[in-house]
Design a protein around this ligand. Structure first.
Ligand code: COA
Length: 139
C-alpha cells in the first residue's frame, strides 16, 4: 500500500497541536520545518520516557512529506520505538492531519528519528531496562 493511502496511524499519540498562521511561510502554507519540529518534540518525549534521562537527536532518516497542511489543521504525532540499542533508540514517527470540522485524517509526514540517552555532560549513557509507564496503565 502506498504511504499516503494509509488509513490508520501507527504508534502512540504523543503530541496534538493546531497549525497557526505563525507556522506558515510567505506563501501562507504550513512550513515543513514546523511539522518536523513537532515530530522531533514528540520523538524526544517518547525517548525521554524510555531512557528516563536527557536525550538528544543524533539523526533523522527517511523523512518524506506526503501531503500539505493548512492553517487550522490539527496535527497529531504518533511515535513508536522500533529499536533500542546500548545508548540509542530508533523512533518511527508519523504526523497526521485532520482538517478542521472534518473527521478525515491524512498522513502528512513520516520518518525515523534516532535519539541518544546522555548524561549531564551530554555523553552517551546506557538505556536502562524498560518499565511500564503511567501512560501505559491508563490505556
Ligand atoms: C549524540 C552524541 C552525544 C553521540 O556522541 P558519539 O560520540 O557519536 O557517541 P557514540 O559514537 O558512542 O554513539 C552513541 C550511539 O549513537 C549512535 N549514533 C551515533 N551517530 C549516529 C548517527 N549518525 N545515526 C544513527 N545512530 C548514531 C551510535 O550507533 C551509538 O548507538 P548505540 O550505543 O545504541 O550502539 C553526539 O553526537 C552529540 O552530542 N550530537 C549532537 C546532539 C544534538 O545536539 N542534537 C540536537 C541538534 S539541534
Amino acid at each position: 500500500m502506498l504511504e499516503n493511502q494509509l488509513r490508520e496511524p501507527s504508534g502512540k499519540l504523543t503530541i496534538r497541536v493546531i497549525a497557526m498562521p505563525s507556522n506558515t511561510n510567505a506563501a501562507g502554507d504550513v512550513f515543513g520545518g514546523w511539522v518536523m519540529s513537532q515530530m522531533d518534540l514528540a520523538a524526544g518525549s517518547a525517548a525521554g520516557v524510555r531512557a528516563r534521562s536527557k536525550t538528544v537527536t543524533v539523526a533523522i532518516d527517511s523523512v518524506s512529506f506526503l501531503a500539505p497542511m493548512a492553517v487550522g489543521d490539527e496535527l497529531s504525532v504518533y511515535t513508536d520505538i522500533v529499536k533500542v540499542g546500548r545508548t540509542s533508540m530508533i523512533i518511527q514517527v508519523q504526523a497526521w492531519r485532520r482538517v478542521r470540522q472534518s473527521t478525515e485524517r491524512q498522513l502528512v509526514t513520516q520518518g525515523k528519528f534516532v535519539f541518544v540517552a546522555v548524561d549531564e555532560n551530554n555523553r552517551p549513557i546506557p538505556i536502562p531496562p524498560e518499565v511500564a509507564s503511567s501512560d501505559d496503565k491508563e490505556e
